[in-house]
Design a protein around this ligand. Structure first.
Ligand code: SF4
Ligand code: SF4
Length: 161
């Protein structure tokens, strides 16, 4: 019988009622399938600092980067995506594994997946995210402080500027 992807998640009952349901940590490892970087249309929010870092990484001026790779959404900026919904920075290695072309400077939103508030609000939502991301429930258990740091970082990244 195949093992549940949550078998090694170590998401046992929290110590007290104030603890989040994931207090014991959550297992996750990126399997580089690329699903989270493509598919249905979405937004990859980019702060001005992140845009500047990506522009430098690509050896472009910040203005050129903004014109060629960003779109304005309300008060925020998002990376452009291709007609098929893929992020335009999603690449593939020869073995078919997904590779982020700007990995060292990828936006905070990408760095903190799958530890987003929208995925952590309940165990049911976490399990729903696992249907998109096969790395959820696999690999090493990320302890609570790591998850909380990701949550805080993503909250800041989501702020309009
Ligand atoms: S969906 Fe999950 S396993 Fe696939 S590339 Fe994204 S983070 Fe990695
Ligand atoms: S910037 Fe990189 S990690 Fe983020 S969505 Fe695009 S390809 Fe994926």
């Amino acid at each position: 019988m195949p093992q549940s992807p949550f078998a090694n998640s170590a998401v046992s009952a929290p110590a007290d009622r104030r603890s989040p349901w994931y207090a014991a940590g959550l297992a996750f490892v990126c399997l580089r399938c690329g699903r989270c970087c493509g598919g249905a249309p979405g937004y990859v929010w980019v702060s001005p600092q992140e845009a500047a870092a990506i522009a430098t990484h690509l050896q472009m001026s910040p203005e050129d980067f903004r014109h060629r790779h960003l779109r304005r959404v309300g008060r925020r900026w998002s990376l452009l995506e291709l007609a098929n919904g893929d992020c335009e920075f999603l690449g593939r290695d020869a073995d078919g594994k997904a590779r982020c072309v700007i990995h060292p400077v990828r936006p905070r939103q990408c760095q903190t997946w799958p530890f987003w508030a929208s995925n952590l609000r309940s165990r049911r939502l976490w399990e729903a995210a696992a249907r998109v991301c096969p790395g959820i429930g696999q690999g090493a258990v990320h302890p609570l402080p790591v998850i909380e740091a990701a949550l805080r970082g993503n909250e800041r990244a989501a702020l309009p500027f």
